[in-house]
Design a protein around this ligand. Structure first.
Ligand SMILES: Cc1cc2nc3c(=O)[nH]c(=O)nc-3n(C[C@H](O)[C@H](O)[C@H](O)COP(=O)(O)O)c2cc1C
Length: 441
């Protein structure tokens, strides 16, 4: 599969570069009828947007989402959904000095080795800015998942050596580091400012929790849910390790400690991180990402240029001194993309059972037809009433009513509709019809 595409049934391809005209995603596999608006996507993009605080890059992108296709009157059509975000605050001149030199910690050297050509402006395709397209696609995946009761929460659990000790979900969007522990957040922010002030950067840990994932999503063997989550998370620039549940701590545990006991009420603990044998077990899915310190730093670093000369490089420009706060919405999006794909795959495996939302949507469509048919019926009843009045005929005509009843109930039986439902509906229709004609007289 081409390297810019992720997923099998919910398939996303991203395109665009940091300093090109636009970035975007094409999402294929979304069924028709999913409510989706620009605002649904914008809400997520606003959380990823640069320039939100002093601990993130000052690049000022409005990151306005434009849905180009696949949505009609606020609902998906089943056609590929294309979303783009145009670049406005690109400053390629900031990168002119880096045209011939390889930045340590960046993909400059490896891109040139692979393609023989590279877009030096902001890392091009290797830029963190590419993730704007993932977040846009993730917004669609989140929308789909919300219909299955799945919710995804991302937060920063560590910056440098400062760890969150408590978890208050409401606190996450209230502080610039996106930490669920308000006290630790203050300390994290202080640490980031300190290292940034020294021209340096710092790493951290981001956690993503997926709540409400039912048992049975994922696959054994090569497409294990944990393997796919790890793949997705490791594809985010700057992520150097991924752990699920107890993760690396499992290596120091005993089986008696690590196994999650099972009771009739469910699992007692969640060292598995919600996944057993590559398949979800109904517990929250917990994934943690080790995020490296931002590569672009003002401090002098040793490197080489394309002509093979050693250089000393200090990087100016606009950079995140700690990537964690900006990786939180990206990691949520990647979890959503993997889970949406697993969801559609499971629907295919289980014979595409319709969920509550699908069934309710179908009822809404039937109700709309029903109302149109009723309006048509009462318009005819009114016309008949007028003719009866002109001809001086009585409103109540028992022989005609009996004829209507016999035919209606026979039709109902042929459609499998019980007489206990069909008969009272017809009685009500006849009573309302008589009433309407009576008011005309
Ligand atoms: C949302 C986001 C923003 C990023 N911002 C920066 C940045 O401002 N400066 C920087 O040096 N790296 C930034 N990165 C990280 C680089 O993209 C990444 O380190 C680089 O492409 C090399 O990839 P690797 O670290 O995965 O090997 C960002 C990554 C993400 C996901």
């Amino acid at each position: 599969m081409p390297s810019s595409t992720l997923g099998t049934n919910f398939r996303v391809t991203t395109f665009g570069e940091s300093h090109g005209k636009a970035l975007g995603a094409v999402i294929d596999g979304v069924r028709p009828g999913l409510p989706l608006t620009d605002e649904d996507v914008q809400r997520e993009l606003d959380r990823r947007r640069p320039g939100q605080s002093q601990v993130t890059t000052s690049r000022k992108e409005s990151d306005k989402a434009e849905i180009l296709s696949g949505v009609f009157e606020g609902k998906t059509t089943g056609a590929p959904i294309c979303i783009i975000v145009r670049n406005h605050d690109a400053r390629p001149q900031d990168y002119e000095a880096l045209r011939q030199v390889f930045r340590p910690g960046h993909a400059d050297l490896t891109f040139l080795a692979k393609y023989g050509i590279r877009d030096h402006r902001g890392g091009g395709r290797a830029s963190g800015r590419e993730t704007v397209a993932r977040v846009a696609a993730g917004a669609v995946a989140k929308k789909l998942l919300s219909r299955h009761g799945v919710r995804i929460i991302g937060h920063t659990v560590a910056v440098g050596g400062v760890w969150a000790k408590t978890f208050d979900e409401a606190a996450v969007e209230q502080n610039p580091v996106r930490c669920a522990d308000p006290e630790a957040a203050v300390e994290m922010e202080r640490t980031i400012r300190e290292v940034a002030g020294a021209g340096d950067s710092i790493g951290g840990v981001v956690e993503v929790r997926a709540l409400g994932v039912p048992k049975g999503w994922g696959d054994p063997v090569f497409m294990k849910l944990d393997a796919r989550l790890a793949h997705a998370m490791m594809s985010i620039g700057g992520v150097k390790a991924v752990e699920i549940g107890a993760g690396f701590a499992a290596a120091a545990m005993r089986g008696s400690e690590h196994n999650d006991p099972i009771t009739l009420q469910g699992f007692v603990s969640n060292n598995a991180g919600g996944i057993l044998g590559g398949i979800s077990n109904g517990e929250p899915i917990v994934v943690r990402l080790a995020v490296k310190p931002t590569s672009s730093i003002a401090l002098p670093q040793r490197t080489v240029d394309v002509w093979g000369h050693e250089q000393t490089l200090s990087i100016s420009g606009r950079h995140d001194p700690c990537l964690c706060p900006r990786i939180v919405p990206v990691a949520e999006a990647m979890a959503a993309l993997v889970l949406a794909d697993a969801c559609l795959t499971q629907e295919a495996v289980s014979g595409a059972k319709k969920d509550l939302h699908d069934l309710r949507d179908a009822i809404d469509l039937v109700d709309a037809d029903l109302v149109a048919v009723l309006a048509q019926r009462f318009a005819l009843v009114e016309e008949v009433g007028r003719l009866k009045r002109e001809a001086g005929l009585p409103i109540m005509q028992p022989a005609r009513e009996q004829e209507v009843k016999d035919r209606f109930l026979a039709l109902a039986e042929a459609h499998g509709l019980a007489p206990t439902i069909a008969a009272p509906i017809l009685d009500l229709l006849l009573a309302l019809s008589r009433d309407l004609q009576g008011r005309l007289a």
